[in-house]
Design a protein around this ligand. Structure first.
Ligand code: HEC
Ligand code: HEC
Length: 362
């Protein structure tokens, strides 16, 4: 406190002596007496990934990201203070839920969707398996109030944050105000999420013609299957993000009810039955189990699905059943093993242990 009072007193005397009031540098009632607001953050995007659109009303700042990271790891966002975003989005599992098929919320109730990876989400505009939320900021609002997840209400969360010893100051650092709102809290979380970038896997190194020790003959054969008519994977898992920000029916079901309506739940248009957001395949080795309902335990099972298990229905993607694919992909045992090896080349060990993404208060 003393540090703040001295400059104020000095200003008072100066103004008195010279008889005019120079507003002088802005004085902020916090650690830094002369503060020009939050520090702009320069987002570094690994070569090979596209530029990211940052919303104009939520520019990234060092202080905003630090606050968002703290919030992401803080169980204060849940009603009984037992669950944080990271409870279901664990870094070492590619920000998915610890190998669980379905997540369990604070009341012990299980949902019916597999937790999605938070990897390169800064390149998505629509979120959740059925794309029901537009914008990361809007997405981050939901888990807090979801009865199957953190089951709190924002008024209560804001009350807890507001009387917390650190948060009002951290919000001031990030946004210039100590008055905490859900708008600012979700903005901070989104800033942090936009930094969660994976782009230095063996696959990326191979694409950039860098030495990639983990990319041998097997991976290369898998690569050729993935990016050719043989596997046709690239149509939806496109080359840089390994996702296309669109919805498809990849033939895992042919009968639909409220657990697998997918995009139809939002559009109510029958052409969207069984279509789900294409998930990224980055760090797929660590995000088992697979698909919106976690039905496949291993990558081998996933590959076998595409090879021989596609179910036909009116909304199945035409790529899955195009001429020549009537009897599946016809991959040999070696091809399937190579495709799995290639999927594992999307693993980015530095991402999974990057200290910038870890719990700031371990
Ligand atoms: C109880 C477990 C749980 C908690 C806690 C949780 N999530 Fe999730 N998250 C999920 C599940 C399950 C999904 C997929 C749900 C669906 O599609 O219906 C998901 C989806 C997401 C997605 C969508 C990703 C995409 O590509 O569309 C984002 C982003 C996300 N969560 C961020 C968060 C944030 C931020 C928090 C904390 C405020 C949080 N989650 C808390 C389980 C959880
Ligand atoms: C027509 C678009 C399309 C094609 C082609 C396609 N996928 Fe997918 N993939 C999807 C969609 C959509 C999902 C999620 C479906 C769901 O959860 O119900 C998915 C899920 C996956 C998953 C699980 C991801 C996770 O996080 O659970 C893997 C692995 C995968 N695909 C690999 C492949 C491979 C390998 C190929 C080629 C043999 C391929 N995909 C071809 C659209 C496609």
């Amino acid at each position: 406190m003393k540090r703040l009072i001295y400059p104020l007193v000095a200003l008072f005397f100066l103004a008195g002596c010279y008889g005019y009031e120079d507003p002088g540098p802005v004085i902020n009632y916090k650690n830094n007496p002369v503060d020009n607001g939050p520090t702009p953050y320069d987002l570094v995007i690994p070569a090979g990934l596209p530029p990211m659109d940052i919303p104009a009303d939520n520019p990234m700042t060092v202080e905003g990201i630090a606050l968002g990271r703290k919030l992401f790891y803080d169980p204060i966002l849940s009603k009984d203070s037992t669950q944080s975003c990271s409870s279901c989005h664990n870094q070492s599992h590619g920000f998915t839920d610890n190998g669980k098929k379905f997540s369990v919320g604070i009341d012990g109730m299980e949902g019916n969707m597999n937790a999605m990876a938070i990897i390169n989400v800064g390149w998505s505009e629509e979120f959740f398996w059925n794309g029901r939320e537009t914008g990361l900021e809007a997405q981050a609002f939901q888990p807090v109030i979801n009865p199957l997840e953190m089951h709190d209400d924002w008024d209560n969360v804001l009350y807890k944050l507001q009387r917390h010893p650190e948060y009002p100051l951290l919000f001031e650092d990030a946004f210039g105000t100590q008055t905490i709102t859900s708008d600012l809290a979700t903005k901070a979380i989104s800033q942090f999420e936009r930094t969660i970038i994976s782009g230095n896997s063996e696959y990326d190194k191979f694409r950039r013609f860098e030495p990639s020790a983990g990319f041998g003959q097997s991976e290369f054969n898998g690569y050729q299957i993935f990016f050719s008519e043989r596997g046709d994977c690239f149509h939806c898992h496109s080359k840089d993000l390994l996702a296309d920000n669109s919805y498809h029916n990849n033939g895992i079901d042919s009968v639909y009810d409220d657990t697998n309506w997918g995009r139809f739940e939002i559009t109510q248009d029958s052409v969207d039955l069984g279509k789900f957001k294409t998930p990224t395949l980055r760090n797929i080795e660590f995000t088992a189990p697979y698909m919106h309902d976690g039905r496949f335990a291993t990558l081998e099972e996933v590959v076998e699905h595409y090879n021989s298990g596609v179910k036909v229905s009116p909304t199945v993607d035409p790529i899955m059943t195009k001429p020549g694919k009537e009897f599946g992909l016809q991959l040999s045992a070696q091809d399937k093993a190579d495709l799995v090896a290639f999927l594992k080349s999307f693993s980015d060990p530095n991402f999974l242990s990057n200290p910038d993404f870890s719990d700031p208060n371990p």
